[in-house]
Design a protein around this ligand. Sequence first.
Ligand SMILES: [Zn+2]
Ligand SMILES: [Zn+2]
Length: 424
Amino acid sequence: MDPKYSAPRGTADLTYPESEKTRQLLSYAREVFEQYGYQLISTPVLESTDLFVRSIGENTDIVNKEMYTFEDQGGQMLTLRPEGTAPVIRAYLERGLQSRGLPQKLYYYGPMFRRERPQAGRYRQFSQAGAELIGSMDPMADTEIISMSADLFRKLKLKNYVLRINSVGCRECRKEYIADLKAKLDGMVPDLCEQCRKRSSGNPMRVFDCKNENCVTVLEDAPVISAYLCEHCIEHYHTVLLGLEILGIDYFKDDRLVRGLDYYTRTAFEFQFEGLGAQNTVSAGGRYDHLVEELGGTPTGGVGFSLGVERVLLAVEAEEAEPFELRGVEVFVAGIDIPGVEILKALQVIRDAGISADTDLMDRSLKAQMKHANRVGARFVVIAGGEEHQRGEVTLRDLEESEQWTLEIKEALSLIKEKKERGL
Ligand SMILES: [Zn+2]
Ligand SMILES: [Zn+2]
């Protein structure tokens, strides 16, 4: 059958088992965030367009080309959030979270939207989980943010990645750098792609985001920010790196890493995985010491990161890491010639005991019911009916061990529980 409707290009429906893997991945992430003392924050999927233009920057790809922006019936310009940091900072300011004491440690997860060309690992609606540490200028805060990704990857049994890190400096050290970079780029203009030409006047550091091979080669001669860092930025950067070394997190210093958003200062980082093709950045973030101020607050340091849920799942697949447990229902109740209410009663007793239970609900033969038990992944089958039912007993079958008992339902439950607890 040709479906009448299809999901918009670049979006996906999550069905089992991907839906379950995603749920477990988010639960691992939540575990890490909570271990570090972060609290959940949930912000709307819609924000005023200005928020993103102001924070991400006017000359960025996200703002120029990728945002889903529309005017609502009331004439308000709204945008489906393309990232999570600006909304969190907006909420931090609007809800006066600084009055609860600093630093504020917040984590979030949910869908983000960017109208990019869809490809493997890149969707127009994608899922991110992220954390923001607001109010600290301490380099240890940067290290903490980075180490949360490393912890999560360890939980997911992932190994084939590299952490790329850079310092993009502060306002002070960037002044001289931008001037020099602009001058150098002016001389390179004939050799650069159209996009880089545009960027070289409006937002010169962004040229390092260009993937055009010719540009990459030409730009090898361009100055890099690391040579221009001020004393404070150098010290901050070194302390972050020292922290990573102490925690045993390997890194690669990449002085061309700038990230595609305007608000980063000092630390910028990305975790890139092998075997994911072009979309190999799985987790990324950095420091944003002027963002709170840009959005109307008092000068407040901050650092954060986000990870792409779909890409983490691709990495898990690429490494065959198997961190997820896909389990069906624990007990399936099959009936032979007994009234439905008897099965209903049995199901309730089992579920009340804290064990998941399912039944056929299709009034099928025992053979068909057993087939269904397999389909729902049941480990045990309780068969109710026949002579046993007259005696107040049921048949318990352990499908994994190919064993079978005839006993009272209560005894059956104890046996199931015992096997469960002992991991048998
Ligand atoms: Zn500086
Ligand atoms: Zn280019």
